[in-house]
Design a protein around this ligand. Structure first.
Ligand SMILES: NC(=O)C1=CN([C@@H]2O[C@H](COP(=O)(O)OP(=O)(O)OC[C@H]3O[C@@H](n4cnc5c(N)ncnc54)[C@H](OP(=O)(O)O)[C@@H]3O)[C@@H](O)[C@H]2O)C=CC1
Ligand SMILES: O=C(O)CCC(=O)C(=O)O
Length: 457
């Protein structure tokens, strides 16, 4: 274990305070970004206390500043012939350990603060995967809900017409996130290739397997979250078998977290969308959820028409009042606040596994720690998606295609090693059992050492 003196700890804390207060002064209008930065940088105090040369190299000031932020206009024509205008973003945060890598989010709430928080987290997550990928994120305030396929296609083409200037297989490799699934990735990829006049498979991941995508990428984030929680459960001699689980959302991450949890013997009793949640005491029928969400692009409340024993409730936060052993927030940021966290604890939750990015507020996380709840932080627990994206890039480079079983096995091993590295880093720096600190430190060290080795750039 690393020994840290009180004096070096105080110097490191002062350094982090200074960096954070300057950042706050410049970005007071970007709450999500500040929240993500705060969570990470204070957990790095023991690292700076142990390695003062990182302060001399201004590593924190450098890493919180994106290498590049691209903002652009996206004009497209809707079904009535009217021209619509949206904002597009790509934040290329860090290329210290590989090409920029991270998803694209299409949602009306998207702004620079949200893309920056996601891009910043992606640096550490991508490092944790052990793959050579830097951190980035992008997206638009475009709302895909209620749009025709032709409108989605025209929007994606307009978005890529600008974005293509900044990306490439060895430069920046986007993928999906909220509102960007296989359909959107297909349109984006098609437009990129059309503009380049070539087929460049490695420019984007999450492609359908029939044109260069990886098997198991669709399942990777949800499965990976469950694999990670499985490792945590071993510590308390528990498995998923016969547990009651709730999973928020009913999108890509949620559906495959539900699938894997069910395969491992759990009863998943609730899931949601942005309008409300369903509760099925007999266990959710995943085929019905997939039919409604993946095929019909419908609303989760339609589930109860097909399963009369289930109930539907308007509003999202109520899902956390359902008693469960394991809660997997897989929808969006800040979906569990302090109040919801207290309700989960009062109802006996044992484990929180974050499938979404930053789904718990800082106050909610404090409630978990105060009550000794096992907590799997997003950066580690949902890294399976981007890990398999990196495997997709490898397959594209090798012009090779692994079977579903091969990719799933690699994913499983990656999640186990992220768990182990987070546990080991927490222990080494004096925070045994705290995976939040462990994951942040393990993710940071690799990037920090790469930055130092590459000089002042
Ligand atoms: N896709 C991936 O590989 C990865 C995704 N993530 C993270 O996982 C989360 C989910 O992403 P993904 O499954 O891909 O996205 P999807 O768009 O496939 O699904 C998102 C789901 O969350 C619901 N949702 C969105 N906003 C809210 C809200 N404000 N309140 C409640 N529910 C909401 C959506 O409901 P509705 O249908 O009503 O919009 C939908 O059910 C995000 O935080 C994303 O950043 C993290 C790692 C990788
Ligand atoms: O697969 C990827 O490149 C990105 C996935 C993603 O956006 C995320 O991990 O949040």
């Amino acid at each position: 274990m690393v020994t840290i003196t009180t004096e070096s700890q105080q110097i490191a804390t002062q350094y982090i305070d200074d960096v954070f207060s300057k950042l706050k002064a410049h970005h007071s209008h970007e709450p999500e970004f500040l929240q993500a930065v705060k969570e990470i940088i204070y957990s790095l105090t023991p690292v700076f206390a142990k390695r003062p040369e990182y302060m001399q190299a201004s590593l924190l000031e450098r890493i919180v500043e994106p290498e590049r932020v691209v903002k652009f206009r996206v004009s497209w024509v809707d079904e009535s012939g009217k021209v619509q205008v949206n904002r597009g973003y790509r934040v290329q945060y860090s290329s210290a350990i590989g090409p920029y890598k991270g998803g694209l989010r299409f949602h009306p709430s998207v702004n620079e603060s949200i893309i920056k928080f996601l891009g910043f987290e992606q640096i550490f997550k991508n490092s944790l995967t052990g793959q050579p990928i830097g951190g980035a994120k992008g997206g638009s305030d475009f709302d895909p809900k209620g749009k025709s396929d032709a409108e989605i296609m025209r929007f994606c083409q307009a978005f890529m017409t600008e974005l293509h200037k900044y990306i490439g297989p060895d430069v920046d490799v986007p993928a999906g996130d909220i509102g960007v699934g296989a359909r959107e990735i297909g349109f984006l990829f098609g437009q990129y290739n059309r503009i380049r006049g070539a087929y460049e498979a490695g420019v984007i991941t999450g492609k359908l397997p029939r044109f260069g995508g990886s098997l198991a990428r669709k399942e990777a984030t949800g499965y990976g979250t469950v694999y990670f929680v499985q490792e945590m459960l071993k510590e308390i001699d528990m498995t998923f078998q016969d547990t009651n689980v709730i999973v928020s959302g009913s999108g890509n991450v949620s559906v495959y977290a539900i699938e894997k949890a069910q395969q491992l013997g759990a009863k998943v009793v609730a899931c949601s969308d942005s309008n409300g949640y369903i509760f099925d005491p007999t266990g959710i029928n995943l085929d019905t959820v997939k039919q409604i969400k993946e095929v019909e692009h419908g609303r989760i409340k339609e589930y109860v028409e097909r399963h009369p024993g289930a109930t539907y409730t308007d509003g999202c936060s109520g899902i956390w009042s359902i008693p469960c052993d394991i809660a997997l927030p897989c929808a969006t940021q800040n979906e569990i606040d302090e109040e919801s966290a207290k309700v989960l604890v009062a109802n006996g939750v044992k484990v929180i596994g974050e499938g979404a990015n930053m789904p718990s507020t800082l106050q909610a996380i404090k409630v978990y720690f105060d009550n000794n709840i096992l907590f799997a932080p997003a950066k580690a627990a949902n890294a399976g998606g981007v890990a398999v994206s990196a495997l997709e890039m490898s397959q594209n480079s090798m012009r090779h295609f692994w079977s579903f079983e091969e990719v799933d096995e690699k994913l499983h091993e990656i999640m186990k090693s992220i768990y182990k590295n987070s546990v080991d880093a927490a222990k080494e720096f004096g925070y045994e059992g705290n995976l939040l600190i462990g994951a942040n430190i393990a993710g940071f060290l690799k990037v920090a050492d790469a930055m130092v080795a590459q000089g002042v750039i």
